[in-house]
Ligand binder design. Structure first.
Ligand SMILES: [Zn+2]
Length: 74
């Protein structure tokens, strides 16, 4: 599929990404999220069912598989 960014000649490719969301004042990192990523500008598209899946995960998530250090750019 062609990139939706105006003037970008890139195509979306199916990839697994690290997705970061802010949820109830917390930063949540989800690894291995399937997404369409533009090969040129890096624009990311998530399918509606992927977004629903993430929302369900956030609602039901009890304990994360792993925890990571979070650094703040200062
Ligand atoms: Zn693009």
């Amino acid at each position: 599929m062609k990139c939706s960014i105006e003037g970008c000649p890139g195509e979306y490719q199916e990839r697994r990404i690290v997705h970061t969301v802010r949820h109830q004042e917390q930063v949540i990192v989800i690894d291995g999220v399937p997404a369409e990523v533009c090969s040129v500008c890096g624009d990311v598209l998530l399918k509606p069912e992927t977004v629903r899946r993430i929302e369900a995960l956030l609602r039901t998530a009890s304990r994360p598989a792993r925890t990571v250090p979070l650094y703040k750019y200062a």
